[in-house]
Design a protein around this ligand. Sequence first.
Ligand code: DC
Length: 227
Amino acid sequence: MSHGRQKGIIIAIDGPSGAGKSTITKLLSQRLGYINIDTGAMYRTLALVVKRTGISLDDEEALQRVCIGVAIVFERSNGGYRVIANGEDVSDAIRTPEISLLTSEVSSRKVVREIMTRMQREMGKEGGVVLEGRDIGTVVFPDADVKFFLSASVEERGRRRYEELKAKGEDVSLDRTIAEVARRDEQDSNREHAPLRKADDAIELDSTVLSIEEVLAEMEKVIKSRL
Ligand code: DC
């Protein structure tokens, strides 16, 4: 089933924000010795550059220039990874609530999706990768060897995001965080290009009822059966 890929299979993990994709993807790729490609971090990095350069999202040419001009690299660090954009470590700067909202808008633009999709295909084509995002199983790698769709209730996802932000010392409220998660779901699911959608052949796992270990055990079982 590995389509002649040189370094292993391609695993797609899609789902809404806060479903636990990042944690699961990190652990799964570590256990398999695979590379972890966080496509959300790539869109976030673009949003950061858009903010800093001050270009308008309606200026397609400028948007295209920004997309092509940013070199995004994932550097392994302490069992996780850092996101490096044109040599600068942007790992923390891309995780603020402001950038989260802007990312949702930036990532809805057609020109952005085309360029990012191309980059992601290039990064993953040899296999041995776990890609996490919204459209990996539907658009980026519709022929991925294994596809998962990780979900959880909006309240649970909002609560997790709230805890994360609070731990970082951000001044946030639970209700507002849940509302923001719901708003991003809405934007991500209803956009015209590559909306968040479960691929027909993806296996859905609900992390409201399953623990991280249970999700991983389920995934490893499926992966083993496909290898
Ligand atoms: O997974 P995340 O929260 O880091 O994603 C940030 C934003 O990027 C989110 O609003 C959806 C968007 N995104 C996307 O449109 N396509 C992807 N493959 C990954 C993320």
